[in-house]
Design a protein around this ligand. Structure first.
Ligand code: NAD
Length: 480
């Protein structure tokens, strides 16, 4: 049994309750570890530690903050294999994916913000010879960071790194479903010599630990990534306290394929944008719209490529898909496939649970699934499934596809395939979405604003947006 601990005031500690939750390996459907079942008392300890550490950390030079954060980044790189295996075991994702994407991105997050603060400058405004204004930026205090299970260390560090770089101290909560790499990160922070109390990690359930963070009066800002319903709950708690909020929520992303696209590129990337990480990336394109002249050809090619994907042991180099994250999530995804059928959908590929051999036989595996024949406004095409399930819909005109693409409550990311430059600009601009990828998917530049519109969230992460979120501005006006 691998028992993990909270990281509070520089030490690895047991929860005050001394209670633990099961940690399940989704590839086997078996308990393999224990997670602290923390509560508001642990959050109180962590917040007190962060509050005490704040004045010194805020006054620490940028060079020193940067040096310590780079040390953490280097330690993440040095432990790549261990972290990737741990991420895979906790989440069910292929080790290959964690090695190539999740863990390298976690160290990039630290490195990016550790170096960004060295190049930051602030604004000044001259007022017609009457006055000179300058804008001071300072950290706010203790930042609350709450993250989900799909890209555990990747998204956890995406919040922690800018918060620390900007001079805040942090109380963070990873998902209770995938807490292992956050725990390993706390060990690396101790090894790096991060001063005590600067980063605190409290493990446990959302309604206990997450709620205690969002309602704590000494935590003036919350950065949250997760489901829209949870975001609503956090906003309801935090808004009357006038907390600063950054909410990265759900998506139901359109993937629009015009007949003039580069067919092979669009095909290859669509397989990836549909099923990477078992479809459990908030940026996955789950509604695939294909222009009618290539609909049949694209559909057949996509079915062939999808049927060739291997669902298997996450540790196996040849597996394209591993397990979905939990039994509950597997049941939810399978229930959406049933819903799609009842709404008139035809399953073209997959559609079923996969039962693997021997010790993997109780794992949570689902075939990559393609469904067609549904109306754009049915529940299957409006609600987030967050699994390896996509729908195909033909379209005839730009107006028609834009209306369908923009019809959901979400607006996180969209993908567009065309070789017509004018159309690329015009359709991108009309898509109701925080991010548009043209002729690519998930090509990330950490300087760009990242976030959604409508019920996909409030605020932007990435680059200066993140550093600004974790700072407050003061204007000083000096009469000349
Ligand atoms: P979730 O909302 O269930 O949980 C996210 C985190 O919030 C977890 O740490 C959880 O413990 C915590 N939490 C739960 N209840 C809480 C409460 N009352 N107060 C405070 N915290 C609470 O989401 P999930 O199932 O872990 O993740 C999947 C969701 O995340 C999907 O909807 C997906 O689209 C979304 N997501 C969005 C982005 C993005 O960048 N927009 C990225 C990844 C995932």
């Amino acid at each position: 049994m691998e028992r993990i601990l909270n990281y509070i005031n520089g030490e690895l500690v047991e929860p005050i309750s001394k209670n633990y939750l099961d940690n399940i390996d989704p590839s086997r459907g078996k308990v393999y570890g224990e997670i602290p079942d923390s509560d508001e008392r642990d959050v109180q300890l962590a917040t007190q530690a962060a509050k005490t550490a704040f004045p010194t950390w805020a006054a620490t030079s940028r060079e020193e903050r940067s040096r310590l954060m780079l040390k953490v980044a280097n330690l993440i790189d040095a432990n790549l294999e261990k972290l990737a295996k741990a991420e895979s075991k906790d989440n069910g994702k292929p080790v290959k994916l964690a090695t190539r994407v999740d863990i390298p991105r976690a160290s990039s997050n630290f490195r990016f913000f550790a170096t960004a603060i060295l190049h930051e400058s602030t604004e000044a405004h001259q007022t017609d010879g009457l006055a000179f204004n300058y804008t001071e930026r300072s950290p706010l205090g203790v930042a609350g960071c709450i993250s989900p299970w799909n890209l555990p260390l990747y998204l956890f560090t995406w919040k922690i790194a800018p918060a620390l770089a900007a001079g805040n101290t942090v109380v963070a909560k990873p998902s209770e479903i995938t807490p292992m790499t956050a725990f390993l990160l706390s060990e690396l922070c101790i090894e790096a010599g991060l001063p005590k109390g600067v980063l605190n990690i409290v493990h446990g359930l959302g309604p206990k630990v997450g709620q205690a963070i969002s309602e704590h009066p000494d935590i003036p800002l919350i950065s949250f990534t997760g489901g829209t319903a949870t975001g609503k709950q956090i906003a309801a708690t935090a808004a009357p306290m006038f907390k600063k909020l950054s909410l990265e929520l759900g998506g139901k992303n359109p993937n629009i394929i015009f007949a003039d696209c580069n067919f092979e590129e669009a095909l290859k990337t669509t397989v990836h944008s549909s099923f990477a990480n078992q479809g459990q990336i908030c940026l996955c394109g789950s509604r695939v719209f294909i222009e009618r002249p290539i609909y049949e050809k694209f559909k057949q090619a996509l079915i062939a490529k999808t049927n060739a994907l291997k669902v298997g042991d996450p540790a196996d180099e040849h597996s394209n898909l591993g397990a979905v994250v939990s039994e509950g999530h597997m049941k939810k995804v399978l229930s959406y496939i049933e819903l799609a059928k009842s709404e008139g959908g035809i399953v073209l590929a997959g559609g079923k649970q996969v039962v693997l051999e021997s010790e993997l036989s109780e794992g949570y595996y689902i075939q990559p699934t393609i469904i067609e024949g549904l109306s754009f406004d049915c529940r299957t095409n409006q609600e987030e499934i967050f699994g390896p399930v996509i729908t195909l819909t033909p379209f005839d005109t730009e107006e028609e596809v834009l209306a369908m693409a923009n019809s959901t409550q979400y607006g996180l990311a969209a993908t567009l395939w065309t070789s017509n430059l004018n159309r690329a600009h015009s359709v991108s601009s009309q898509l109701n979405s925080g991010i548009v990828w043209v002729n690519c998917w998930l090509l990330r530049d950490l300087r760009t604003p990242f976030g959604g519109v409508k019920n996909s969230g409030v605020g932007r992460e990435g680059g200066w947006d993140a550093l600004q979120f974790f700072s407050q501005k003061k204007n000083v006006c000096i009469k000349l």
